[in-house]
Design a protein around this ligand. Structure first.
Ligand code: C2E
Ligand code: MG
Ligand code: MG
Length: 550
Protein backbone atom coordinates (compact mmCIF):
# COMPACT_ATOMS: atom_id res chain seq x y z
CA UNK A 1 0.00 0.00 0.00
CA UNK A 2 2.76 2.41 1.04
CA UNK A 3 4.66 1.39 -2.05
CA UNK A 4 1.67 2.04 -4.23
CA UNK A 5 1.24 5.53 -2.78
CA UNK A 6 4.99 6.12 -3.19
CA UNK A 7 4.82 4.96 -6.76
CA UNK A 8 1.90 7.23 -7.54
CA UNK A 9 3.68 10.09 -5.82
CA UNK A 10 6.78 9.47 -7.89
CA UNK A 11 4.79 9.21 -11.10
CA UNK A 12 3.21 12.56 -10.42
CA UNK A 13 6.31 14.42 -9.25
CA UNK A 14 9.11 12.63 -11.11
CA UNK A 15 9.95 15.68 -13.22
CA UNK A 16 10.13 17.92 -10.16
CA UNK A 17 12.26 15.39 -8.29
CA UNK A 18 14.51 15.07 -11.32
CA UNK A 19 14.83 18.85 -11.47
CA UNK A 20 15.72 19.12 -7.76
CA UNK A 21 18.23 16.27 -7.95
CA UNK A 22 19.85 17.74 -11.09
CA UNK A 23 20.20 21.19 -9.54
CA UNK A 24 21.55 19.68 -6.31
CA UNK A 25 24.15 17.76 -8.23
CA UNK A 26 25.45 20.91 -9.93
CA UNK A 27 28.06 21.69 -7.21
CA UNK A 28 29.31 18.10 -7.27
CA UNK A 29 29.38 17.87 -11.05
CA UNK A 30 30.98 21.30 -11.38
CA UNK A 31 33.71 20.48 -8.89
CA UNK A 32 34.33 17.05 -10.34
CA UNK A 33 34.32 18.40 -13.88
CA UNK A 34 36.51 21.35 -13.03
CA UNK A 35 39.08 19.32 -11.07
CA UNK A 36 39.09 16.63 -13.78
CA UNK A 37 39.71 19.23 -16.44
CA UNK A 38 42.37 20.84 -14.23
CA UNK A 39 44.17 17.50 -13.69
CA UNK A 40 44.17 16.68 -17.40
CA UNK A 41 45.27 20.15 -18.47
CA UNK A 42 48.06 20.25 -15.84
CA UNK A 43 49.38 16.89 -17.05
CA UNK A 44 49.14 18.06 -20.65
CA UNK A 45 50.96 21.32 -19.96
CA UNK A 46 53.74 19.53 -18.06
CA UNK A 47 54.15 17.13 -20.93
CA UNK A 48 54.20 20.05 -23.32
CA UNK A 49 56.83 21.79 -21.22
CA UNK A 50 58.98 18.66 -21.34
CA UNK A 51 58.69 18.29 -25.11
CA UNK A 52 59.33 22.01 -25.60
CA UNK A 53 62.44 21.90 -23.50
CA UNK A 54 63.71 18.74 -25.19
CA UNK A 55 63.11 20.37 -28.56
CA UNK A 56 65.01 23.49 -27.55
CA UNK A 57 67.99 21.53 -26.26
CA UNK A 58 68.15 19.35 -29.34
CA UNK A 59 68.01 22.48 -31.51
CA UNK A 60 70.93 23.94 -29.55
CA UNK A 61 72.91 20.74 -30.01
CA UNK A 62 72.21 20.66 -33.73
CA UNK A 63 73.18 24.31 -34.06
CA UNK A 64 76.43 23.69 -32.17
CA UNK A 65 77.25 20.69 -34.37
CA UNK A 66 76.37 22.65 -37.50
CA UNK A 67 78.65 25.51 -36.51
CA UNK A 68 81.50 23.20 -35.61
CA UNK A 69 81.25 21.16 -38.79
CA UNK A 70 81.01 24.25 -41.02
CA UNK A 71 84.12 25.70 -39.36
CA UNK A 72 85.83 22.33 -39.86
CA UNK A 73 84.87 22.31 -43.54
CA UNK A 74 86.40 25.76 -44.09
CA UNK A 75 89.46 24.79 -42.12
CA UNK A 76 89.97 21.55 -44.07
CA UNK A 77 89.53 23.33 -47.42
CA UNK A 78 92.38 25.68 -46.58
CA UNK A 79 94.43 23.18 -44.60
CA UNK A 80 98.14 23.23 -45.29
CA UNK A 81 99.64 21.84 -42.06
CA UNK A 82 100.82 18.39 -41.09
CA UNK A 83 98.56 15.34 -40.74
CA UNK A 84 99.32 15.37 -37.04
CA UNK A 85 97.88 18.88 -36.75
CA UNK A 86 94.73 17.74 -38.55
CA UNK A 87 94.14 14.84 -36.12
CA UNK A 88 94.73 17.16 -33.23
CA UNK A 89 92.09 19.50 -34.54
CA UNK A 90 89.59 16.63 -34.92
CA UNK A 91 90.38 15.44 -31.41
CA UNK A 92 89.88 18.96 -30.10
CA UNK A 93 86.43 19.05 -31.66
CA UNK A 94 85.51 15.58 -30.40
CA UNK A 95 86.65 16.03 -26.83
CA UNK A 96 86.08 19.72 -26.14
CA UNK A 97 82.33 19.44 -26.39
CA UNK A 98 81.31 16.68 -23.98
CA UNK A 99 78.20 16.07 -26.04
CA UNK A 100 80.23 14.85 -29.03
CA UNK A 101 81.57 11.30 -29.07
CA UNK A 102 83.58 11.35 -32.26
CA UNK A 103 84.17 13.30 -35.45
CA UNK A 104 84.26 11.66 -38.88
CA UNK A 105 85.13 12.60 -42.45
CA UNK A 106 83.36 10.74 -45.25
CA UNK A 107 84.67 11.16 -48.79
CA UNK A 108 82.62 11.67 -51.92
CA UNK A 109 82.51 7.90 -52.57
CA UNK A 110 80.85 7.38 -49.23
CA UNK A 111 83.86 5.98 -47.34
CA UNK A 112 84.73 6.97 -43.81
CA UNK A 113 88.32 8.02 -44.31
CA UNK A 114 89.25 9.63 -41.01
CA UNK A 115 88.19 10.07 -37.38
CA UNK A 116 89.85 11.88 -34.49
CA UNK A 117 91.76 8.67 -33.88
CA UNK A 118 93.50 9.06 -37.24
CA UNK A 119 93.00 7.80 -40.79
CA UNK A 120 90.70 4.80 -41.17
CA UNK A 121 92.63 2.09 -42.95
CA UNK A 122 91.14 0.64 -45.00
CA UNK A 123 88.30 3.22 -45.32
CA UNK A 124 84.88 1.92 -44.25
CA UNK A 125 81.98 2.11 -46.67
CA UNK A 126 78.98 3.90 -45.13
CA UNK A 127 75.67 2.23 -45.83
CA UNK A 128 73.45 4.42 -47.95
CA UNK A 129 70.61 4.49 -45.38
CA UNK A 130 72.94 5.92 -42.79
CA UNK A 131 74.27 8.63 -45.07
CA UNK A 132 72.99 12.20 -45.11
CA UNK A 133 70.86 13.38 -48.01
CA UNK A 134 73.55 15.11 -50.09
CA UNK A 135 71.06 17.18 -52.04
CA UNK A 136 70.40 19.19 -48.87
CA UNK A 137 73.32 21.32 -47.75
CA UNK A 138 72.19 21.36 -44.17
CA UNK A 139 72.91 19.40 -41.05
CA UNK A 140 70.87 16.22 -40.67
CA UNK A 141 70.35 13.62 -38.00
CA UNK A 142 70.98 10.07 -39.14
CA UNK A 143 70.64 6.96 -37.06
CA UNK A 144 70.76 5.59 -34.59
CA UNK A 145 73.55 3.37 -35.96
CA UNK A 146 76.12 1.12 -34.44
CA UNK A 147 79.33 2.43 -35.96
CA UNK A 148 82.24 0.19 -36.84
CA UNK A 149 84.64 2.61 -35.19
CA UNK A 150 82.91 3.16 -31.82
CA UNK A 151 81.01 -0.13 -31.70
CA UNK A 152 78.29 1.79 -29.86
CA UNK A 153 74.88 2.92 -30.88
CA UNK A 154 75.20 6.54 -31.86
CA UNK A 155 73.28 9.27 -33.55
CA UNK A 156 75.09 10.91 -36.45
CA UNK A 157 74.81 14.65 -37.03
CA UNK A 158 76.00 14.90 -40.61
CA UNK A 159 76.74 17.96 -42.78
CA UNK A 160 77.09 17.32 -46.54
CA UNK A 161 80.14 19.18 -47.86
CA UNK A 162 80.57 21.05 -51.11
CA UNK A 163 82.69 18.28 -52.54
CA UNK A 164 79.80 15.76 -52.02
CA UNK A 165 81.49 14.32 -48.99
CA UNK A 166 80.24 14.51 -45.45
CA UNK A 167 81.51 15.73 -42.10
CA UNK A 168 79.83 14.34 -39.01
CA UNK A 169 79.86 14.13 -35.26
CA UNK A 170 78.51 11.19 -33.27
CA UNK A 171 76.43 11.67 -30.20
CA UNK A 172 75.15 9.28 -27.56
CA UNK A 173 71.35 8.75 -28.10
CA UNK A 174 70.83 8.64 -24.35
CA UNK A 175 71.89 12.28 -24.31
CA UNK A 176 68.47 13.15 -25.73
CA UNK A 177 66.81 11.45 -22.80
CA UNK A 178 68.60 13.76 -20.40
CA UNK A 179 66.91 16.69 -22.08
CA UNK A 180 63.73 15.54 -20.55
CA UNK A 181 64.03 17.35 -17.27
CA UNK A 182 61.10 19.73 -17.42
CA UNK A 183 58.80 17.19 -15.88
CA UNK A 184 60.96 17.48 -12.80
CA UNK A 185 60.03 14.89 -10.28
CA UNK A 186 57.07 13.74 -12.21
CA UNK A 187 57.61 10.77 -14.45
CA UNK A 188 55.61 9.44 -17.31
CA UNK A 189 53.97 6.53 -15.56
CA UNK A 190 54.28 2.93 -16.65
CA UNK A 191 52.68 3.47 -20.03
CA UNK A 192 54.03 6.93 -20.87
CA UNK A 193 56.86 7.82 -23.18
CA UNK A 194 58.66 10.72 -24.81
CA UNK A 195 60.21 9.97 -28.19
CA UNK A 196 62.09 11.74 -30.95
CA UNK A 197 60.61 10.72 -34.27
CA UNK A 198 62.19 11.31 -37.64
CA UNK A 199 59.09 12.09 -39.65
CA UNK A 200 60.91 11.97 -42.95
CA UNK A 201 62.12 8.41 -42.49
CA UNK A 202 59.28 7.47 -40.11
CA UNK A 203 61.80 6.28 -37.60
CA UNK A 204 62.13 6.58 -33.84
CA UNK A 205 65.58 7.91 -33.10
CA UNK A 206 65.54 8.02 -29.31
CA UNK A 207 63.13 8.05 -26.42
CA UNK A 208 62.36 7.35 -22.81
CA UNK A 209 59.61 5.37 -21.13
CA UNK A 210 57.62 2.66 -22.82
CA UNK A 211 58.82 3.60 -26.31
CA UNK A 212 56.63 2.11 -29.04
CA UNK A 213 58.24 -0.03 -31.69
CA UNK A 214 56.70 1.59 -34.72
CA UNK A 215 56.93 5.27 -35.57
CA UNK A 216 53.76 5.23 -37.70
CA UNK A 217 51.61 4.64 -34.63
CA UNK A 218 52.99 7.83 -33.16
CA UNK A 219 52.26 9.92 -36.18
CA UNK A 220 48.58 8.95 -35.91
CA UNK A 221 46.36 10.64 -33.26
CA UNK A 222 46.46 9.00 -29.82
CA UNK A 223 43.58 6.93 -28.47
CA UNK A 224 41.00 8.63 -26.21
CA UNK A 225 42.38 7.19 -23.01
CA UNK A 226 45.75 8.86 -23.56
CA UNK A 227 47.12 12.40 -23.57
CA UNK A 228 49.46 13.18 -26.42
CA UNK A 229 51.53 16.27 -27.25
CA UNK A 230 53.79 16.83 -30.24
CA UNK A 231 56.49 19.39 -30.64
CA UNK A 232 58.67 19.92 -33.72
CA UNK A 233 62.41 20.53 -33.53
CA UNK A 234 63.30 23.66 -35.52
CA UNK A 235 64.71 23.17 -39.00
CA UNK A 236 64.67 19.38 -38.77
CA UNK A 237 62.30 16.56 -39.67
CA UNK A 238 62.19 15.60 -36.06
CA UNK A 239 59.09 15.84 -33.94
CA UNK A 240 59.01 15.08 -30.25
CA UNK A 241 55.98 13.08 -29.19
CA UNK A 242 55.02 12.78 -25.54
CA UNK A 243 52.25 10.52 -24.35
CA UNK A 244 50.89 9.48 -20.98
CA UNK A 245 47.80 7.52 -20.04
CA UNK A 246 44.84 9.48 -18.69
CA UNK A 247 44.74 7.14 -15.71
CA UNK A 248 48.25 8.27 -14.79
CA UNK A 249 47.37 11.93 -15.27
CA UNK A 250 44.40 11.49 -12.95
CA UNK A 251 46.18 9.70 -10.13
CA UNK A 252 46.28 12.82 -7.92
CA UNK A 253 42.76 13.75 -8.90
CA UNK A 254 41.45 10.39 -7.72
CA UNK A 255 43.17 10.90 -4.38
CA UNK A 256 41.76 14.42 -4.16
CA UNK A 257 38.27 13.06 -4.80
CA UNK A 258 38.44 10.78 -1.82
CA UNK A 259 39.29 13.71 0.45
CA UNK A 260 36.86 16.26 -0.96
CA UNK A 261 34.00 13.84 -1.67
CA UNK A 262 32.34 14.32 1.74
CA UNK A 263 32.50 18.13 1.40
CA UNK A 264 31.13 18.12 -2.13
CA UNK A 265 28.40 15.61 -1.41
CA UNK A 266 27.56 17.54 1.75
CA UNK A 267 27.14 20.72 -0.31
CA UNK A 268 24.89 18.88 -2.74
CA UNK A 269 22.83 17.51 0.12
CA UNK A 270 22.45 21.01 1.56
CA UNK A 271 21.34 22.35 -1.82
CA UNK A 272 18.97 19.41 -2.11
CA UNK A 273 17.46 20.10 1.31
CA UNK A 274 17.16 23.85 0.64
CA UNK A 275 15.60 23.28 -2.77
CA UNK A 276 13.19 20.67 -1.49
CA UNK A 277 12.10 23.01 1.30
CA UNK A 278 11.76 25.95 -1.09
CA UNK A 279 9.87 23.86 -3.62
CA UNK A 280 7.62 22.32 -1.01
CA UNK A 281 6.55 25.67 0.36
CA UNK A 282 6.46 27.78 -2.77
CA UNK A 283 6.52 25.75 -5.95
CA UNK A 284 4.87 22.42 -5.22
CA UNK A 285 1.30 23.61 -5.40
CA UNK A 286 1.98 25.59 -8.55
CA UNK A 287 3.61 22.54 -10.13
CA UNK A 288 0.75 20.40 -8.90
CA UNK A 289 -1.86 22.73 -10.38
CA UNK A 290 -0.14 22.53 -13.76
CA UNK A 291 -0.23 18.73 -13.61
CA UNK A 292 -3.84 18.89 -12.46
CA UNK A 293 -4.79 21.06 -15.45
CA UNK A 294 -2.92 18.76 -17.80
CA UNK A 295 -4.46 15.62 -16.31
CA UNK A 296 -7.97 17.13 -16.24
CA UNK A 297 -8.27 16.72 -12.50
CA UNK A 298 -10.48 19.79 -12.09
CA UNK A 299 -14.25 19.68 -12.05
CA UNK A 300 -17.07 22.16 -11.81
CA UNK A 301 -19.66 21.86 -9.09
CA UNK A 302 -22.99 23.64 -9.24
CA UNK A 303 -24.58 25.28 -6.21
CA UNK A 304 -28.22 26.16 -6.82
CA UNK A 305 -29.34 29.77 -6.35
CA UNK A 306 -32.90 30.29 -5.26
CA UNK A 307 -35.59 32.87 -5.50
CA UNK A 308 -36.43 33.10 -1.81
CA UNK A 309 -39.90 34.48 -2.47
CA UNK A 310 -41.06 31.96 -5.06
CA UNK A 311 -38.90 29.22 -3.51
CA UNK A 312 -37.66 28.17 -6.95
CA UNK A 313 -34.22 27.49 -8.31
CA UNK A 314 -33.23 30.15 -10.78
CA UNK A 315 -29.74 28.97 -11.59
CA UNK A 316 -26.45 27.94 -10.05
CA UNK A 317 -23.02 29.21 -9.21
CA UNK A 318 -20.22 27.07 -10.63
CA UNK A 319 -17.50 26.33 -8.11
CA UNK A 320 -14.28 24.70 -9.10
CA UNK A 321 -13.12 21.50 -7.39
CA UNK A 322 -9.80 19.71 -7.66
CA UNK A 323 -9.92 15.92 -7.57
CA UNK A 324 -6.24 15.39 -6.85
CA UNK A 325 -4.95 11.99 -7.97
CA UNK A 326 -3.98 10.96 -4.46
CA UNK A 327 -4.77 13.84 -2.11
CA UNK A 328 -8.46 13.61 -2.88
CA UNK A 329 -10.80 16.62 -3.06
CA UNK A 330 -9.17 20.05 -2.69
CA UNK A 331 -11.30 23.17 -2.27
CA UNK A 332 -10.62 26.36 -4.26
CA UNK A 333 -9.63 28.35 -1.16
CA UNK A 334 -6.36 26.36 -1.21
CA UNK A 335 -5.32 26.66 -4.83
CA UNK A 336 -7.04 29.77 -6.26
CA UNK A 337 -4.74 32.22 -4.38
CA UNK A 338 -1.66 30.32 -5.69
CA UNK A 339 -3.04 30.18 -9.22
CA UNK A 340 -3.69 33.93 -9.02
CA UNK A 341 -0.17 34.57 -7.80
CA UNK A 342 1.48 32.54 -10.56
CA UNK A 343 -0.90 33.64 -13.29
CA UNK A 344 -2.16 30.07 -13.83
CA UNK A 345 -5.62 31.39 -13.01
CA UNK A 346 -5.81 32.67 -16.58
CA UNK A 347 -5.54 29.16 -18.01
CA UNK A 348 -7.75 27.80 -15.26
CA UNK A 349 -10.33 30.57 -15.79
CA UNK A 350 -10.45 29.83 -19.51
CA UNK A 351 -11.15 26.21 -18.73
CA UNK A 352 -13.89 27.17 -16.23
CA UNK A 353 -15.51 29.48 -18.78
CA UNK A 354 -15.43 26.82 -21.49
CA UNK A 355 -16.76 24.08 -19.22
CA UNK A 356 -19.43 26.29 -17.63
CA UNK A 357 -20.61 27.53 -21.03
CA UNK A 358 -21.00 23.94 -22.25
CA UNK A 359 -22.80 22.99 -19.01
CA UNK A 360 -25.03 26.03 -19.35
CA UNK A 361 -26.07 25.21 -22.89
CA UNK A 362 -26.92 21.62 -21.82
CA UNK A 363 -29.09 22.94 -19.00
CA UNK A 364 -30.75 25.56 -21.19
CA UNK A 365 -32.08 22.78 -23.41
CA UNK A 366 -34.41 21.74 -20.56
CA UNK A 367 -34.57 24.92 -18.53
CA UNK A 368 -34.40 27.88 -20.93
CA UNK A 369 -34.63 30.55 -18.23
CA UNK A 370 -31.82 29.29 -16.04
CA UNK A 371 -28.60 31.18 -15.51
CA UNK A 372 -25.11 30.15 -14.52
CA UNK A 373 -22.87 32.25 -12.36
CA UNK A 374 -19.08 32.07 -12.85
CA UNK A 375 -16.41 33.37 -10.49
CA UNK A 376 -13.97 35.68 -12.23
CA UNK A 377 -10.57 36.49 -10.81
CA UNK A 378 -9.39 40.08 -11.42
CA UNK A 379 -6.08 38.61 -12.59
CA UNK A 380 -7.96 37.24 -15.61
CA UNK A 381 -8.82 40.75 -16.75
CA UNK A 382 -6.16 42.98 -15.19
CA UNK A 383 -3.76 43.39 -18.08
CA UNK A 384 -4.97 44.64 -21.44
CA UNK A 385 -3.93 41.39 -23.18
CA UNK A 386 -5.66 39.18 -20.63
CA UNK A 387 -8.82 41.28 -20.73
CA UNK A 388 -8.86 41.22 -24.53
CA UNK A 389 -8.24 37.46 -24.63
CA UNK A 390 -11.02 36.85 -22.11
CA UNK A 391 -13.40 39.06 -24.09
CA UNK A 392 -12.64 37.15 -27.31
CA UNK A 393 -13.17 33.80 -25.56
CA UNK A 394 -16.48 34.95 -24.16
CA UNK A 395 -17.61 36.01 -27.64
CA UNK A 396 -17.20 32.39 -28.72
CA UNK A 397 -20.08 31.52 -26.37
CA UNK A 398 -22.49 34.22 -27.47
CA UNK A 399 -25.40 31.77 -27.56
CA UNK A 400 -25.27 31.36 -23.78
CA UNK A 401 -23.76 34.71 -22.77
CA UNK A 402 -27.12 36.25 -21.73
CA UNK A 403 -27.49 33.33 -19.33
CA UNK A 404 -24.10 33.86 -17.75
CA UNK A 405 -23.21 35.96 -14.77
CA UNK A 406 -19.67 36.84 -13.68
CA UNK A 407 -18.85 37.29 -10.02
CA UNK A 408 -15.87 39.36 -9.03
CA UNK A 409 -14.96 39.60 -5.35
CA UNK A 410 -14.96 42.92 -3.60
CA UNK A 411 -11.73 42.06 -1.75
CA UNK A 412 -9.81 41.36 -4.93
CA UNK A 413 -11.07 44.58 -6.48
CA UNK A 414 -9.91 46.49 -3.40
CA UNK A 415 -6.50 44.82 -3.54
CA UNK A 416 -5.82 45.30 -7.23
CA UNK A 417 -7.29 48.79 -7.36
CA UNK A 418 -7.20 48.51 -11.14
CA UNK A 419 -8.91 51.29 -13.00
CA UNK A 420 -9.06 49.18 -16.13
CA UNK A 421 -11.34 46.62 -14.49
CA UNK A 422 -14.61 48.63 -14.60
CA UNK A 423 -13.96 49.23 -18.29
CA UNK A 424 -13.52 45.52 -18.96
CA UNK A 425 -16.58 44.67 -16.88
CA UNK A 426 -18.59 47.08 -19.05
CA UNK A 427 -17.37 45.32 -22.22
CA UNK A 428 -18.35 41.92 -20.78
CA UNK A 429 -21.69 43.38 -19.78
CA UNK A 430 -22.24 44.73 -23.25
CA UNK A 431 -22.18 41.12 -24.55
CA UNK A 432 -25.27 40.44 -22.44
CA UNK A 433 -23.68 38.79 -19.39
CA UNK A 434 -24.60 39.88 -15.88
CA UNK A 435 -22.02 41.14 -13.43
CA UNK A 436 -22.13 40.55 -9.69
CA UNK A 437 -20.04 41.89 -6.84
CA UNK A 438 -19.10 38.82 -4.78
CA UNK A 439 -18.58 38.76 -1.00
CA UNK A 440 -20.19 42.19 -0.80
CA UNK A 441 -19.39 43.92 2.49
CA UNK A 442 -15.94 42.43 3.00
CA UNK A 443 -13.74 44.54 0.74
CA UNK A 444 -14.38 48.10 1.88
CA UNK A 445 -14.54 49.40 -1.67
CA UNK A 446 -18.24 49.01 -2.21
CA UNK A 447 -19.27 52.61 -2.60
CA UNK A 448 -16.26 53.49 -4.69
CA UNK A 449 -16.92 50.64 -7.11
CA UNK A 450 -20.66 50.95 -7.03
CA UNK A 451 -20.28 54.50 -8.32
CA UNK A 452 -17.87 53.45 -11.09
CA UNK A 453 -19.75 50.42 -12.27
CA UNK A 454 -23.35 49.45 -11.72
CA UNK A 455 -23.45 45.78 -10.80
CA UNK A 456 -26.52 43.73 -11.63
CA UNK A 457 -26.19 41.78 -8.41
CA UNK A 458 -24.52 42.23 -5.08
CA UNK A 459 -23.80 38.96 -3.32
CA UNK A 460 -24.00 39.47 0.42
CA UNK A 461 -21.13 37.70 2.12
CA UNK A 462 -21.89 34.69 4.32
CA UNK A 463 -20.72 36.47 7.49
CA UNK A 464 -23.63 38.94 7.16
CA UNK A 465 -26.09 36.14 6.44
CA UNK A 466 -24.94 34.38 9.62
CA UNK A 467 -25.45 37.53 11.64
CA UNK A 468 -28.77 38.58 10.10
CA UNK A 469 -30.92 37.17 12.91
CA UNK A 470 -28.81 38.75 15.64
CA UNK A 471 -28.65 42.30 16.90
CA UNK A 472 -24.91 42.60 16.26
CA UNK A 473 -23.06 45.32 14.36
CA UNK A 474 -22.92 42.99 11.35
CA UNK A 475 -26.70 42.91 11.27
CA UNK A 476 -26.79 46.72 11.32
CA UNK A 477 -24.20 46.75 8.55
CA UNK A 478 -26.40 44.37 6.55
CA UNK A 479 -29.26 46.85 6.77
CA UNK A 480 -26.91 49.54 5.46
CA UNK A 481 -25.86 47.28 2.57
CA UNK A 482 -29.50 46.58 1.68
CA UNK A 483 -30.11 50.31 1.64
CA UNK A 484 -27.05 50.87 -0.54
CA UNK A 485 -28.18 48.20 -3.03
CA UNK A 486 -31.55 49.92 -3.35
CA UNK A 487 -29.87 53.27 -4.08
CA UNK A 488 -27.69 51.70 -6.77
CA UNK A 489 -30.62 49.66 -8.09
CA UNK A 490 -28.83 46.34 -7.72
CA UNK A 491 -30.41 42.99 -6.85
CA UNK A 492 -29.21 41.21 -3.75
CA UNK A 493 -28.23 37.57 -3.39
CA UNK A 494 -27.53 36.30 0.10
CA UNK A 495 -24.75 33.72 0.33
CA UNK A 496 -24.48 30.92 2.87
CA UNK A 497 -28.07 30.53 4.01
CA UNK A 498 -27.96 27.60 6.36
CA UNK A 499 -31.14 27.86 8.43
CA UNK A 500 -34.81 28.48 7.82
CA UNK A 501 -34.64 31.31 10.33
CA UNK A 502 -31.95 33.04 8.28
CA UNK A 503 -34.03 32.63 5.15
CA UNK A 504 -37.06 34.12 6.85
CA UNK A 505 -35.09 37.08 8.23
CA UNK A 506 -33.54 37.80 4.84
CA UNK A 507 -36.97 37.63 3.22
CA UNK A 508 -38.32 40.03 5.82
CA UNK A 509 -35.48 42.41 4.99
CA UNK A 510 -36.57 42.30 1.32
CA UNK A 511 -33.74 40.16 -0.09
CA UNK A 512 -35.09 38.18 -3.03
CA UNK A 513 -32.30 35.72 -3.93
CA UNK A 514 -30.03 33.42 -2.01
CA UNK A 515 -27.93 30.27 -1.93
CA UNK A 516 -26.70 28.07 0.84
CA UNK A 517 -26.74 24.66 2.39
CA UNK A 518 -30.36 25.14 3.42
CA UNK A 519 -31.19 24.71 -0.26
CA UNK A 520 -28.35 22.60 -1.54
CA UNK A 521 -24.63 21.93 -1.31
CA UNK A 522 -22.50 22.33 -4.44
CA UNK A 523 -22.93 19.24 -6.68
CA UNK A 524 -21.82 17.76 -9.97
CA UNK A 525 -23.59 18.69 -13.20
CA UNK A 526 -25.35 15.32 -13.35
CA UNK A 527 -26.54 15.77 -9.76
CA UNK A 528 -27.67 19.31 -10.52
CA UNK A 529 -29.73 18.05 -13.48
CA UNK A 530 -31.33 15.51 -11.17
CA UNK A 531 -31.88 18.22 -8.58
CA UNK A 532 -33.68 20.34 -11.15
CA UNK A 533 -35.81 17.49 -12.36
CA UNK A 534 -36.87 16.79 -8.78
CA UNK A 535 -38.03 20.38 -8.58
CA UNK A 536 -40.31 19.28 -11.44
CA UNK A 537 -41.47 22.14 -13.49
CA UNK A 538 -40.46 24.71 -10.95
CA UNK A 539 -37.40 26.00 -12.72
CA UNK A 540 -39.25 26.34 -16.01
CA UNK A 541 -41.66 28.71 -14.36
CA UNK A 542 -38.98 30.98 -13.04
CA UNK A 543 -37.88 33.77 -15.31
CA UNK A 544 -34.39 35.07 -15.64
CA UNK A 545 -34.02 37.95 -13.16
CA UNK A 546 -34.27 41.37 -14.71
CA UNK A 547 -31.04 42.79 -16.03
CA UNK A 548 -29.71 46.25 -16.51
CA UNK A 549 -27.71 46.84 -19.64
CA UNK A 550 -25.17 49.63 -19.23
P1 C2E B 1 -17.63 32.29 -3.37
O1 C2E B 1 -17.68 32.66 -4.79
O2 C2E B 1 -18.10 33.27 -2.38
O3 C2E B 1 -18.41 30.94 -3.24
C1 C2E B 1 -19.18 30.60 -2.17
C2 C2E B 1 -18.47 29.69 -1.24
O4 C2E B 1 -19.27 29.45 -0.11
C3 C2E B 1 -18.23 28.31 -1.86
O5 C2E B 1 -17.04 27.82 -1.30
C4 C2E B 1 -19.39 27.51 -1.34
O6 C2E B 1 -19.13 26.12 -1.33
C5 C2E B 1 -19.52 28.07 0.03
N1 C2E B 1 -20.88 27.92 0.54
C6 C2E B 1 -22.02 27.94 -0.15
N2 C2E B 1 -23.09 27.83 0.68
C7 C2E B 1 -22.60 27.74 1.93
C8 C2E B 1 -23.18 27.60 3.24
O7 C2E B 1 -24.40 27.55 3.41
N3 C2E B 1 -22.33 27.57 4.29
C9 C2E B 1 -21.00 27.64 4.13
N4 C2E B 1 -20.24 27.57 5.24
N5 C2E B 1 -20.42 27.77 2.94
C10 C2E B 1 -21.22 27.80 1.85
P2 C2E B 1 -15.96 27.20 -2.19
O8 C2E B 1 -16.55 26.38 -3.25
O9 C2E B 1 -14.97 26.58 -1.29
O10 C2E B 1 -15.31 28.44 -2.90
C11 C2E B 1 -14.58 29.36 -2.22
C12 C2E B 1 -14.24 30.51 -3.08
O11 C2E B 1 -13.35 30.14 -4.14
C13 C2E B 1 -15.42 31.07 -3.84
O12 C2E B 1 -16.14 31.90 -2.97
C14 C2E B 1 -14.76 31.83 -4.95
O13 C2E B 1 -14.30 33.09 -4.53
C15 C2E B 1 -13.57 30.97 -5.23
N6 C2E B 1 -13.86 30.15 -6.42
C16 C2E B 1 -14.57 29.01 -6.51
N7 C2E B 1 -14.60 28.59 -7.79
C17 C2E B 1 -13.89 29.49 -8.52
C18 C2E B 1 -13.57 29.63 -9.91
O14 C2E B 1 -13.95 28.83 -10.74
N8 C2E B 1 -12.82 30.73 -10.26
C19 C2E B 1 -12.40 31.64 -9.35
N9 C2E B 1 -11.67 32.68 -9.78
N10 C2E B 1 -12.68 31.56 -8.06
C20 C2E B 1 -13.43 30.48 -7.64
MG1 MG C 1 -18.83 33.48 -5.97
MG1 MG D 1 -18.96 34.78 -2.08
Amino acid sequence: MVNLVGLRWLRRYHRLVLWIVSISLIPTITLLGFSYYQAISTARSELKKATEQSSRKLSELIRAADLTLRELEIYLENFEGTEQAAWQLLQQIAYNDPRFREVGIVDEQGYLVATSLGPVEPPIAIKSKTRADLSRREIQIVGPVTTSVMQQRSLVLALPTQGQGELNVLIDPTLLQDFWTALGEQDLGQEGFLVYVDQHHEKIIAGVGLVPRRAETLLAPASRDRIQVRYPVDETDIVIVGEISKGWALRHWERLLITVAPVVLGTSLLVFAALTRFTYFTQLLDYDIRIGLKNREFELYYQPIFDLVANTCIGAEVLIRWKHSYQGLILPGVFIPIAEKTGLIVEMGDWVLQKAAVGCSELLADYPNLYISINLSPVQITSYQNAQAFYEKLKEHEAVTPHLMFEITETSLAETGQEAIPKTLKRIHSLGAKIALDDFGTGFCGINYLSQFSFDYLKIDRTFTCACETTSNLSTALDGMIDLAKRFEANLIAEGIETEKQRQTLLDKGIQFGQGWLYAHPMSLAEFKQFLSLQAGIAKDVGFPSSKVQ
